[in-house]
Write a protein that binds this ligand. Structure first.
Ligand code: SF4
Length: 306
């Protein structure tokens, strides 16, 4: 009888647990690998850096801090981390959550209290979106805090899907081929801002937050409408991901594989000064031929030769 119990009931449950554990381990490895790769590819963190990790209480910034702490423990260089939260005094903001979480984690942190909520409410007419003034104020405050803390890098929790959404927003609404950079110099010229989650998919951050049970603080406390166009871009990307596997990955790779000679920006490529070289090139442009767009080969897919 006990053998039947073990065979039929206990073992499948144990197998399911083992599968979840293995998947979680794979997820952790992937997150660390992708963050490590982004750090190396864009030289985001250097010896002696003090990285100010901006923590909002959302899943992305929790994930960023969590993975950066793992990277710090195993990195070949020394760098410091300080977590910073800007308490904007939104109604109902649970101000005890982050200090408790960070104290338990043993991470140095700073909570900056600034009532930007009242300023924004005062200046913006009811019903109008408050986000642009709110984020401008937040940016200025975080730059000042970075100076005061002696931070050499400011790390933000934007991920691959944020970057693709920004790229599409610029394409559709601002008529620009422009995305969200993994590393930049701030507009005041004094800070290096980094996005170590640049290669990380949002769905992985959602799973990681569930696994780690981060104490998420809702991002709707200000009562402002979320950016509707960004939400639409996100929905479109998720739809594509379902219907056209590989498209999102290809779009993201395209951001790292730009061919200015095949776009139309005369400031990036000297079309006016173009001259014949007289030398044939295997990689040269075959202007009359239709390109061969092979479908992406995804893990688990077989290439069928006809
Ligand atoms: S959603 Fe609220 S907190 Fe976030 S930027 Fe907009 S106004 Fe500010």
């Amino acid at each position: 009888m006990s053998a039947i119990w073990i065979e039929d009931e206990v073992q499948p449950a144990a197998r399911a647990d083992f599968k979840i554990e293995r998947e979680t381990h794979k997820l952790e490895k992937r997150l660390c690998r992708q963050v490590g790769q982004a750090i190396v590819d864009f030289n985001m963190i250097e010896e002696g850096d003090k990285v100010m990790v901006c923590l909002s209480g959302g899943k992305d910034s929790y994930g960023l801090l969590d993975i950066l702490l793992k990277m710090k423990a195993r990195a070949p260089i020394h760098f410091d981390i300080i977590a910073v939260n800007l308490d904007q005094k939104q109604p109902g903001f649970p101000e005890h959550i982050l200090p408790e979480y960070l104290t338990k984690l043993g991470v140095p942190f700073h909570i900056e209290n600034q009532d930007t909520y009242s300023i924004v409410k005062d200046k913006i007419a009811p019903g109008k979106t408050m986000c642009s003034l709110c984020s401008r104020l937040r940016r200025g405050i975080l730059y000042r805090v970075a100076d005061e803390l002696g931070a050499t890098k400011i790390a933000l929790g934007h991920h691959r899907d944020d970057m693709l959404q920004t790229f599409l927003l610029n394409l559709f609404f601002a008529a620009k081929l422009k995305g969200m950079p993994p590393k930049l110099v701030s507009d005041d010229g004094r800070h290096i801002v980094i996005r170590p989650l640049a290669y990380v998919a949002e769905k992985d951050l959602i799973r990681w937050a569930e696994h780690k049970q981060f104490p998420i603080i809702p991002c709707t406390l200000c009562g402002s409408q979320e950016n509707l166009q960004r939400k639409q871009m996100g929905a479109m990307l998720r739809e594509w991901e379902k219907k056209h596997p590989g498209r999102i990955e290809n779009m993201f790779s395209a951001l790292q594989n730009i061919v200015p000679s095949h776009l139309m920006d005369g400031t990036r490529y000297d079309f006016k000064g173009l001259k014949v070289t007289g030398v044939a090139s295997e990689d040269g442009d075959k202007a009359f031929d239709e390109e061969d767009y092979a479908p992406p080969v995804l893990p688990g897919m077989q290439v069928v030769k006809l």
